[in-house]
Design a protein around this ligand. Structure first.
Ligand code: C2E
Ligand code: MG
Ligand code: MG
Length: 663
């Protein structure tokens, strides 16, 4: 045994130079304990020394005290910390260099423990009795409690009552198993209840079961859970109407299908919603959508679900439905939406079309069912809007036809020779001459042969393909006019433009481009518009007509009498001619009503200084009547069918350019 050890009073009495010390809150007696079998010893501390030790927190600290040991003054170096609600403990030593060692040691420990204090998560260390040993700075901030006040207190105090009981009952087992785990617990903080995700790990500091500690590090996930809840909401709720959205209703339908529950759907789309948006702006458009959502919701029974599918489209899921019930519901919604909707000072006349489909009758997957409902909706729109249609398999063939047209019209536009212009002569009643023709589009499909415009123009209009198609017509008509001009044939060619084309921003440019490409200095093309072109947007129609006329084209109003343009509107438009629709010309020589109508239309046109053209004259008697009433030009099978350019030239040559009006 070294002389140094021999000199140590501590070793002599406790059998160790670093006995264990303990101090309580209510006594200044420092308890010292040595190796097993040696009785504990209590030594008195000065009150100031005792208070100095009681200032120790959960972070290991160091203090020097002087005590009387067996009548001898003895300097002790104490290293320790607060270990319970009312107790402090650690090890004492009498090394001469203890202060230096202790300083280094406490420095190191302090640093490590300071890290625990300052880490950016909540850290609580709990002993096997579930009492708190450490409570770091973030915990202090979150709870408003001081570490020194909670050390030694039960961690259960921070738990919700129900969680506390459960935790208490498995505590023993829990410490024995020592399996790390994660748990989410709501704790009361100065900011109110917060959801904390705790990652809990057991650490063993000595060998005994009592020296097993639970280190809990927690992160506040309250906001994250809220960012998540909002995401879930965004994924399932339509933000404008607060109705379930497409995803949500998809899931609902999938659930019904999986459970084999029969149900029906109403696929609803507002009619002409784009016009409302264009006319009144998106804010009113949005308000209308909200009002419509409310109107639909009010038309439903308990258990029916309405969702917004996007745009102005809604889907209603109706459990346990029959065709009759779905039809009644559809009619009720249509009737409701026919009534004007007041949005502030504005009253909007809305209206909707509805497609109806049912499961299992029509489909057994969500996608199929939606396709059926969509097809039926399309059919309802096609039938004139503000009505409903129940899906039928014949509708499917209509869709297939649209797909065929879409694919093949695009191909036709790119291929040479599939599209062709036919020319039909217009006769000048005064002179019997042919000075102008109408260009009428034909499609020579490699698959189906010659296709008339009635079979593809309306699809081209719906799909927007009419724009490139119209461009093709203008270019080829201008080219043909140039070719005829080169052969000394001065013919004006009228091309048809539909409302959809007129709405295209490039239509005047396209027209000017076609003229430029033809190389002609004088414009040989005229334009035929229908009344529908004027109704949708009279202001821009007026401007476009003016631009065409400035480019040298005459503008003719086609199918006159079949549309709804008012006489006052007609009077304001800078038109050159009206073309009486062929429905008035049919048997006009015999039909008194047609005669009256034709006479009045001619009278109005003459008053407005418009040229009058009649189309569809098939018999001499019809032509005679028109001539007698003062029509300027006549077009019809009586004189000539629409013909390809070469055939038309031959026809014209055979007639010697001048036709006798009276056969
Ligand atoms: P539309 O412009 O009113 O053309 C007159 C239609 O009446 C043409 O039918 C013509 O062949 C037909 N027709 C002419 N005379 C008679 C007759 O005496 N009796 C009968 N029964 N019919 C006669 P088509 O060529 O089938 O064209 C139908 C419609 O397709 C056209 O009506 C026009 O609206 C549209 N269309 C034709 N080509 C084009 C085009 O290039 N672009 C656009 N947007 N529409 C076109
Ligand atoms: Mg026409
Ligand atoms: Mg016409």
């Amino acid at each position: 045994m070294s002389a140094e050890l021999m000199e140590s009073l501590l070793f002599a009495y406790f059998g160790t130079r670093s006995p264990y010390w303990k101090l309580s809150a209510d006594s200044n007696a420092l308890q010292l304990a040595g190796i097993e079998g040696i009785p504990n010893l209590a030594v008195a501390l000065e009150p100031a020394e005792a208070d100095g030790i009681r200032a120790f927190t959960g972070v290991t600290s160091h203090a020097e005290v002087e005590v009387m040991l067996f009548g001898e003054p003895q300097k002790l170096s104490l290293i320790g910390k607060k270990d319970g609600a009312y107790s402090w403990s650690g090890t004492a030593s009498d090394y001469m260099d203890t202060p230096a060692v202790a300083k280094d040691l406490t420095h190191g420990l302090e640093f490590a423990e300071q890290v625990i204090s300052e880490v950016n998560s909540l850290v609580v260390i709990i002993d096997h009795n579930f009492n708190i040993l450490r409570f770091n700075r973030l915990c202090e901030e979150a709870t408003g409690l001081r570490e020194k006040d909670v050390i030694g207190k039960s961690a259960h105090a921070f738990m919700a009552a129900n969680e506390r009981d459960a935790s208490r009952s498995n505590l023993g087992q829990f410490f024995r198993d020592s399996v790390s785990y994660e748990v989410e617990r709501t704790i009361n903080t100065v900011k109110g209840p917060r959801l904390i995700k705790w990652r809990n790990k057991f650490v063993q500091s000595g060998s005994g079961p009592d020296e097993r500690y639970l280190v809990c590090s927690g992160t506040d996930i309250t906001e994250e859970r809220k960012a998540q809840a909002r995401l879930i909401e965004l994924a399932t709720i339509d933000t404008l109407t607060r109705l379930p959205n497409r995803n949500a209703i998809h899931e609902k339908m999938a659930g019904f299908l999986a459970e084999g529950k029969p149900f029906g759907v109403l696929f609803l789309d507002l009619d002409d919603f784009k016009q409302v948006n264009d006319h009144y702006g998106h804010t009113i458009g949005d308000d209308l959508i909200k009002a419509v959502a409310l109107n639909i919701s009010r038309s439903l029974r308990d258990g029916d679900v309405v969702a917004r599918m996007g745009g102005a489209a809604f889907l209603v899921l109706v459990p346990d439905s029959s065709v009759a019930l779905l039809e009644r519901m559809a009619q009720r919604i249509i009737d409701r939406l026919k009534a004007p909707i007041s949005l502030g000072l504005i009253e909007i006349y809305s209206g909707c079309s509805i497609g109806i489909a049912m499961s299992p009758e029509h489909a057994d997957t969500v996608d199929q069912l939606l396709r059926c409902a969509d097809t039926a909706l399309y059919a309802a729109k096609d039938a004139g809007k503000r009505t409903y249609r129940v899906f039928s398999s014949e509708m499917d063939s209509k869709i297939a036809e649209c797909i065929w047209l879409d694919v093949n019209l695009r191909k036709a536009l790119e291929s040479e020779g599939e599209l062709q212009l036919y020319y039909q002569p217009k006769l000048c009643v005064q002179t019997g001459e042919v000075r102008s023709v109408e260009a009428l589009l034909r499609w020579n499909s490699p698959e189906r042969g010659l296709i008339q415009p009635s079979e593809f123009i309306s699809y081209a209009e719906d799909s927007g393909l009419i724009v490139p198609l119209g461009r093709w017509v203008m270019r080829n008509a201008a080219k043909q006019a140039a070719a005829w001009k080169a052969k000394n044939l001065d013919l004006r060619i009228a091309v048809n433009l539909s409302a959809r084309q007129l709405a295209s921003s490039t239509v005047v440019q396209d027209f000017a481009g076609a003229l430029r490409q033809s190389g002609l200095t004088q414009c040989p093309l005229d334009i035929e518009l229908t009344e529908s072109c004027l109704i949708n947007d009279a202001v821009s129609a007026h401007s476009i007509i003016t631009q065409f006329r400035q480019l040298g084209a005459q503008v003719h109003l086609d199918d006159f009498g079949t549309g709804y343009s008012s006489l006052s509107q007609l009077a304001r438009l800078p038109l050159d001619a009206i073309k009486l629709d062929q429905s008035f010309i049919r048997s006009v020589d015999e039909n008194v009503v047609s005669q009256t109508l034709v006479r009045s239309m001619i009278a109005v046109a003459k008053q407005l200084k418009f040229t009058v053209i009649a189309e569809g004259a098939e018999s001499q008697a019809e032509a005679d009547f028109l001539k007698a009433e003062g029509v300027d030009f006549i077009q019809g099978y009586l004189y000539g069918f629409p013909m390809p350019a070469k055939e038309f030239e031959d026809w014209l040559n055979s007639k010697g350019r001048k036709l006798r009006l009276v056969a």
